[in-house]
Design a protein around this ligand. Sequence first.
Ligand code: GTP
Ligand code: MG
Length: 197
Amino acid sequence: MIIKTAVFVCSNTKVSALPAPDKPEYAFIGRSNVGKSSLINRLVNQHGLAKTSQRPGKTQLINHFLINESWYIVDLPGYGYAKVSKSSREAWEKFIRNYLTKRESLQCVMVLIDSRHEPQQIDLDFCYWLGECGLPFAIVFTKADKQGAGKTDQNVAKFRKSLSAWFEEIPPVFVTSAEKGEGREELLGFIEEVNKD
Ligand code: GTP
Ligand code: MG
């Protein structure tokens, strides 16, 4: 897919204030600092469109970006940041789960996983929850440039195995690097196919 335009539309804390659900939408979610905002910038090749940071917890709102005037990328706040209070964590859960389960134009949830780590319970739990809700999702491994391909493959295989205990069919899996651009074409190709349906 060729990206002609990518424009920031709005940031929100309320599902009721989101743009009209009249275009297909893809939400990027995962642990804090996993590389959601960086990957979005790489997909659209626009450095600085989504705000990134070395510190976890940078993205705090539901951010809509309109792509090619026809579909949305949504950058979400990360989960699993140890330094947030229990009440903030509960507020996050409520707000994000509300968005994910109520947003009728949501086509697929992109669950980002750090390719450097072995499967983490918090990520598996999130995938199980998506499955229980019947929400379509894809697994997107990030930061593949940070180690050799062999290590990435090992972690991907372990994650698949963990998921196979719960899911008859493993969702689509992508390996990406925001730094090097690996996986960009594949991910955009996937979105293009879903948009056609
Ligand atoms: P929150 O909004 O805080 O949840 O974080 P995020 O998931 O949006 O992560 P962000 O894109 O802000 O990136 C976090 C850090 O990881 C930044 O320092 C990025 O430069 C770095 N990073 C992200 N993706 C990659 C990647 O593919 N390769 C490398 N080497 N670094 C990356
Ligand atoms: Mg972010």
